[in-house]
Every structure is written in structure tokens, then in C-alpha cells.
Write a protein that binds this ligand. Sequence first.
Ligand code: T4K
Length: 366
Amino acid sequence: MGKILVTRSSMPPKEEYFNEISSIWDTRWLTNSGVKHQELEENLRKYFKVSNVSLCVNGHLALETILEVFNLSGEVITTPFTFVSTTNSIIRKGLTPVFCDINDRDWTIDADKIEPLITEKTSAIMPVHVYGNLCDDEKIRKLADKYGLKVIYDGAHAFGVEKNGVSSAALGDATMFSFHATKVFHTIEGGAAVFKDESNYDKFSKCKSFGSISPDELGFAGGNAKMNEFSAAMGLCNLRHIEDSINSRKAAAERYREQLQNVKEIQLNAVQEGVKSNYAYFPVVFNKEIFGHNRDEVMAELAKNDIGARKYFYPLTSTVKDLAGTKVNDTPIAKYVSDNVLCLPLYEDLSNADVDRICGIIKSMK
Ligand code: T4K
């Protein structure tokens, strides 16, 4: 039996990708907003049902570049229960992250705890949609409007997620998506930024290409965060299969849920009403006092069986060394979940037999 890892990249049929890239040999156009790049942006606009989609070399640089576009200063309210990229982007742009706790149902930022953290220095809120669940956008939007703040979503886990038919890409002033190899939709490495306003989209598109206006005219000091044509071609292929891919993940996630939801000693995260998830991850909380084993012991037991579960997200990103010596808010729910959560393997071709085996090992530890 082979190793089962926490995830496994989705791959289009080999021939389909080879076909998609073959024209690149004729044109020798490898990057700098080529035809594949243009076509993928257009197809994503249709898929998300939004206008202003700009591709990027990866999700992290999309976040940093979005922060540049909005020219923010001061403090950004965010969550420490995320991949370190979210927090690093804020710090690397010279801003101060202010950490808000998460709620104990779906583990997204607790929108009811944001307002007391707003000061005259706050310029934005950067919430994170986690595991395929969405943040409470309605409450966050109201607060942002009341205080004149930007809302920038880290949507790395939210590709294809919709609430009552509205795409995650339509929320906030901007949303970042990660198209990393390990994501539900990928372009090998890659990402995108989606903007409510066209002017910000224009600025982002220039900013990812040195800020230049034309070959003869320089603009502001932008960087380089362009997606290349081979990545865009992978995206074109993967987008054709995305519904099947999400449906396969859904079947595996539902099988996990069926088998684990009656195990009273463990905690699964909430299924959100009205939300069409993408089943990006399958997180489970193990509390030693209740389950008899802590998360690390479960991880070790699975590892003995060649099953690689992962601690997404641990440790809290508020422990980044750059923040040492600064005031960091206590976020007890985020700390509890981070200390106890384990993401079980989930990918489109995970077999029922493998899900059953993983659940069997967990149940046998009770
Ligand atoms: N915000 C959030 C909330 C994020 O989760 C992320 C990325 C970002 C921002 C930043 O977006 P990007 O700049 O990455 O686009 C992985 C990913 O590298 C990272 O993209 C992801 N989040 C994070 C949650 O997970 P690692 O260190 O866990 O990856 P690694 O190499 O251990 O891979 C995990 C498993 O995936 C492997 O056991 C096997 C499988 N795998 C991995 C690779 C690299 C494949 O099947 N194919 C592959 O090519 O960080």
C-alpha cells in the first residue's frame, strides 16, 4: 500500500496539457501576459461571474501586491488562524497585524470581536476563508463601511465556494486566491487577485509588471509577479475539470463526515448553511481530555500506517518572530483549535477504502 499524503495535486489528462502547451513552441511566447494568460483570466471572470480578475505568480505575492494597490498604512485586523503567508504579507508591507479571535463553529474570524479592535490607525480588515468555509461577510462589510476600512479577503481556500449563488470572488474590496499545486484549483504555482473596482484591477495589473505604463513610459515602482504561460495552460486544463474535481472531494468529505460525526469525542467544523463548499480540507479537533489522545498522538498513529495528516494551521501566525516584543492579542479559541486540529488527507482521487481505513484507525484509538 502506498503512502497517503494530506493532499495530492489534481492533474488533467497528460494529452490535454501537452495539447494546451504545444502552441507555445510555435509562438515562443512564454510569459508577459501571453494568450494563455489572457484566456485564463477571461475564463476565470466567467467562472467567478465577476469582472476584475488579474492572475499572479502565486497567492502570497497577490496578497502583497493587493496591499500595495490600496496604499495602506497603520493597522490591519486579521486572524492568527491561517497559513503564515497572510500575516507575513501584512508585516512585509510595513503594516501592523492586529489579531482577532475566530469563532468556535467554523473557525473563521469572529466578526463580533472585530469592532473593539478598530482604532484610528486601522486601515483594513484581512479575514481568511478557511477550509472551504466563508467568513461572515455581511457583518464585516457593515463594519468596514461604518469605519471606512478596506476589506481584503485571503481566499486561498475558497476557490469555487459560493454563498446563495454568490461567488467568494465577489466579496470584499479585493480577494486573493492561491493556485498552488496543493489547492483545489491550481496552476502549479500561481494565484489571482479579484477587485470590486476596475481602477484597482488596473493598478494591480501594472504593479505585477514593474508598474510600467508602456515601453516608453515608466509609472510607479511596481515589482514582478506575473504568471507564465505554462502555468496559465495548466489552469486552462484544470478549470475544465473543476466541477468533477469538487464533486469527488465532496464525496470523500461526506464519507469522512458520515463515519466521524457520531464519534462524540472529536469535533468537526461546521457545515455552513447556504454555502456550496469546495471541500478544500477535512479538519478534525482532538482534545486529549475528551478523546484520550492529543492531535500529535493521532498524527503519529496515522504516520505509523503511512498516512500523512497535517497540522493546518499550527502554530498561530501571531508567533512570527518579527512580532516578538510587540503587543499581540490573546486569541483563546484560535489557540485551542490550532493546538488540537489535524487535517486528514483529502484530494479528488482519494478512495472510499482509504477514507474508511483512516476513520478506522481514528475510531480504534477511542
Ligand atoms: N493564505 C493561505 C490561507 C494559504 O493556505 C496559503 C498557502 C497562502 C495564503 C499562500 O498562497 P501561495 O503563495 O502558496 O499560493 C502548503 C502550500 O505550499 C501552500 O500553498 C498552502 N497555503 C499551505 C496550506 O500548504 P506545505 O508546506 O504544507 O506544502 P508541502 O510541500 O508540505 O505539501 C503538502 C502535501 O501536498 C504533500 O504532502 C504532498 C502534496 N503535494 C505537494 C506538492 C508541493 C503534491 O501533491 N504536489 C506538490 O507539488 O504548504
